[in-house]
Design a protein around this ligand. Structure first.
Ligand SMILES: NC(=O)c1ccc[n+]([C@@H]2O[C@H](COP(=O)([O-])OP(=O)(O)OC[C@H]3O[C@@H](n4cnc5c(N)ncnc54)[C@H](O)[C@@H]3O)[C@@H](O)[C@H]2O)c1
Length: 294
């Protein structure tokens, strides 16, 4: 797979590095490898990097058993993916997508570190849901090559990618990100670097108010979710969606939105914070608004 990067005709995206072995990192790895791009998965430990690759193997095996893909294609996808705990293994990547915890204190130093490791022409992207991309860009010596490429959860199933252009990004970088998203079979939309971009800026007041409604005792979790599915034709209710996103990530998103806009609808309701404190983060820990342990 050869993708021209903007106007730089000789530069191609053949190799993508992904940092972070959480929900989103795994999904983006699957999407890119299926698009024929070599993927380097980097996690903080070799064990979690290997687990991520094994998770991808299991997901591909399931797709083969359901006759969604051929065994030979699954093998080819897996063969494109390597797992490592060394940041240095990202040196040859044309694009690195960082999908680690939603915390600027973690993301900004990682960008500075990536900048010192990756080849100068590489594009550095963040999968942040809300945080200011420009702050990551200016931590590097290549701010024109830094932007947001925001996949949605689950990445293999969701068609949208928001391409977030901070003030510092060049047109060539934005064009390259759009081309990458299209090559991954996604529908990219371009958006300015504002907290929440398009989707989360509109979605999170709704999710937060659903948690508030439950906290107020207006209805049960099941009835709130059932109402929004049956009444609005949404495929999933708001509390089940919070569980899917992860309550820690959701609180981080609300905090970033509140920090930027000071709109009370973005102020995370106390119940969400208490659930995070209790470790009830949603599907990823087996419990959130619903129980996933069985
Ligand atoms: N969950 C969603 O629905 C969703 C959707 C789109 C974008 N995102 C964004 O993707 C990013 C990752 O979210 P996720 O849902 O995959 O989270 P997650 O909790 O599943 O995974 C977080 C990852 O960050 C790593 N990490 C934690 N602290 C770190 C540190 N100090 N240094 C390096 N790595 C560290 C963890 O090991 C883990 O691999 C966030 O920016 C989030 O906002 C999430």
């Amino acid at each position: 797979m050869l993708l021209p990067i903007g106007n730089m005709r000789r530069m191609t995206i053949q190799r993508v590095g992904i940092l972070g072995s959480g929900i989103m990192g795994s999904g983006i790895a699957e999407v890119a490898a299926k698009a024929g791009i070599d993927v380097v998965l980097r996690s903080r430990s070799q064990e979690s990097a290997d687990q991520m690759r094994e998770g991808l193997a299991a997901s591909l095996a399931k797709q083969v058993s359901r006759e969604k893909i051929q065994q030979a294609d699954a093998d080819a996808v897996l063969a494109r993916v390597t797992a490592t705990d060394h940041l240095g293994d990202l040196v040859d990547c044309d694009l690195v997508i960082k999908s680690v915890v939603e915390d600027l204190q973690v993301k900004v130093p990682l960008f500075a570190e990536l900048d010192s490791i990756c080849k100068p022409e590489a594009i550095l992207a963040t999968n942040t849901s809300t945080l200011p991309v420009v702050e990551m860009a200016v931590a590097t010596h290549r701010p024109e090559k830094v932007l947001g490429i925001h996949f949605f959860n689950p990445a293999p199933a969701m068609s949208l990618v928001e391409v977030i252009a901070p003030l510092t990004a060049s047109e060539a970088t934005v064009d390259a990100a759009v081309a990458f998203a299209e090559a991954c079979g996604k529908r990219p939309v371009k958006v300015k670097d504002r907290a929440g971009f398009i989707v989360n800026a509109l979605l999170f007041p709704y999710l937060n108010n659903a948690a508030r409604m439950l906290e107020n005792g207006t209805a049960t979790a099941e009835d709130i979710d059932e109402a929004m599915k049956g009444g609005c034709n949404f495929p999933m209710g708001p509390l089940a969606l919070l569980d899917l996103v992860g309550l820690d990530t959701s609180v981080a998103i609300l905090d970033a939105l509140y920090e930027e806009f000071r709109d009370p609808n973005y102020a995370a309701v106390p119940a969400l914070r208490r659930m995070v404190a209790a470790g009830r983060l949603g599907r990823k820990t087996g419990a959130g608004f619903y129980d996933y342990s069985r």
